[in-house]
Ligand binder design. Structure first.
Ligand SMILES: [Zn+2]
Ligand SMILES: [Zn+2]
Length: 327
């Protein structure tokens, strides 16, 4: 089996050989047909997140066709196309798992981090955490739905019923969330890296009423803002942009330190919160909504061998929409 390994030093990926792994009864084996490239993969490669295992095969937006089904898997058959998200396993009995918050399970295992992921031509996943995918999407187009879409959707839900919604960082998640937000009737304000005219034009093409630099104030106060950019300095900027009662949702798994800020920009019942991981319910909800909108994903495809190039382009902000590696 050919697989893309994240190797030491962490930033270096190489093609490697993995022994064909044995499956457990609850698992399925997939032939990977596409895998999305997420900023979290960069954080893992760069050592921004605690190192849990090394080497690990990154990739948690896996689309594949099932080639083998464990004895305990009843939901899927050989030949089914499924998606494998970041949430790869939970304990099922802790207070979080039993209260609809499996995304916070302390012993959860995540795909492409604790578990080998989809920068590979084959993957193994727990069948209970796989999703059936809407037919209208090609494999590459479906891949970004599985993290950018799902976790973006969770962030949007936590923005509440905000009519004027700001989005900081207009990458893979934002371009999907923007379409859902517009479909819901919200007004969209996009903030990009200062001077990134291409990203601002892209945001307008995705329905943003206004697009500008993250250092700018929006033309009118926002009801909520979602931060996809992992830049702590944007938290006070977003607090200044939201009206009293507004919420700032931090959607990334990692962020640089948030600088000190005056209490008055939080005063007025503004809220700062983060969104962590996803529940399977988030996935079912979002994958039902996506074809209704319909969400269209803009993808740049890279052969699996060029996964490093895809990550480098993501780091430099040179991806429009979402990057996808294809074995
Ligand atoms: Zn992700
Ligand atoms: Zn649990």
């Amino acid at each position: 089996m050919r697989a893309m390994l994240l190797d030491h030093p962490r930033t270096q990926l190489r093609l490697g050989e993995l022994a064909r792994r044995a499956m457990e009864p609850g698992q399925v084996r997939l032939r990977v047909t596409a895998c999305g490239v997420c900023r979290t993969d960069l954080h893992i490669a760069d050592g921004d997140l605690p190192e849990l295992r090394s080497p690990v095969v990154p990739g948690h937006e896996i689309v594949g066709v099932i080639t083998e089904v464990g004895a305990e898997v009843a939901r899927f058959r050989i030949g089914d196309r499924v998606g494998v998200p970041w949430l790869g396993w939970t304990c099922g009995h802790c207070s979080y798992c039993t209260s609809g918050r499996e995304n916070l399970c302390a012993t959860a295992r995540f795909t492409g981090y604790h578990l080998d992921g989809g920068y590979a031509d084959e993957a193994i996943a727990d069948g209970r955490y796989c999703f059936a995918l809407p037919d209208r999407y090609t494999d590459a187009a479906a891949a970004p739905l599985l993290c950018a879409g799902l976790i973006g959707y969770r962030a949007l839900v936590h923005a509440g019923d905000a009519r004027r919604l700001g989005i900081y960082g207009f990458g893979a998640a934002a371009h999907i969330v923007a379409q859902v937000a517009r479909w819901q009737g919200r007004e969209l304000f996009a903030f990009t890296r200062p001077g990134d005219a291409d990203a601002q034009a892209f945001a307008r093409s995705m329905g943003a009423a206004w697009a500008g630099d993250s250092s700018q104030a929006p033309p009118e106060p926002l009801d909520a803002a979602i931060l996809f950019a992992p830049v702590g300095a944007l938290v006070p900027a977003a607090l200044r942009a939201v009206a009293p009662g507004g919420t700032v949702v931090c959607a990334g798994i990692h962020m640089s330190d948030i600088p000190a800020f005056p209490y008055e920009i939080l005063w007025g019942e503004r809220t700062i919160r983060s969104v962590a991981n996803l529940t399977r319910r988030d996935g079912e909800e979002f994958l039902a909504i996506a074809p209704q909108v319909p969400v269209r994903t803009e993808v740049e495809m890279f052969p699996l061998e060029q996964a490093n190039e895809a990550l480098a382009r993501l780091r430099e902000g040179r991806i429009t929409g979402a990057a996808v590696v294809v074995p």
